[in-house]
Design a protein around this ligand. Structure first.
Ligand SMILES: [Fe+2]
Ligand SMILES: [Fe+2]
Length: 123
């Protein structure tokens, strides 16, 4: 298999593993199994790092500032869509859409701070 094809499948596989391990961690927390939850979160982060390393080797992030600028727009759009979806759904989805939308807005603000810092450093 060509590396481009393998990297795509690999990264998608790792990303879905991350979410599944974290979902299982949430269930474990709800059941009071805190050590189990912690172990599942650790595995999730290791899976995330496998995919991340593959993306780095593949040259996915060419320029840090450009990446941050792109992510600011993506976070903004994710928040907009999530607020919009919140207005069309009942609980428990409504609260989940709204709470994650606020997280995306917070991510946007964090990234804007990082971008300012990177711009100061490059002066
Ligand atoms: Fe992995
Ligand atoms: Fe986000």
């Amino acid at each position: 298999m060509k590396i481009e094809e393998y990297v795509k499948k690999w990264v998608e596989g790792e990303a879905s593993e991350v979410l599944e391990y974290l979902a299982a961690a949430i269930i474990a927390e709800e059941q009071g199994l805190i050590n189990v939850a912690q172990a599942l979160k650790t595995i999730a982060m290791e899976e995330a790092m496998h995919g991340a390393k593959a993306l780095v080797y593949y040259g996915k992030i060419k320029d840090l500032k450009e990446f941050i600028k792109h992510r600011i727009e993506e976070e903004k759009e994710a928040a907009r869509v999530r607020h919009e979806e919140a207005s069309h759904h009942d609980e428990p989805w409504k609260t989940l859409f709204e709470y994650t939308a606020r997280d995306e807005e917070r991510h946007q603000r964090i990234l804007e701070g990082i971008l300012r810092r990177l711009e100061e450093l490059s002066k």
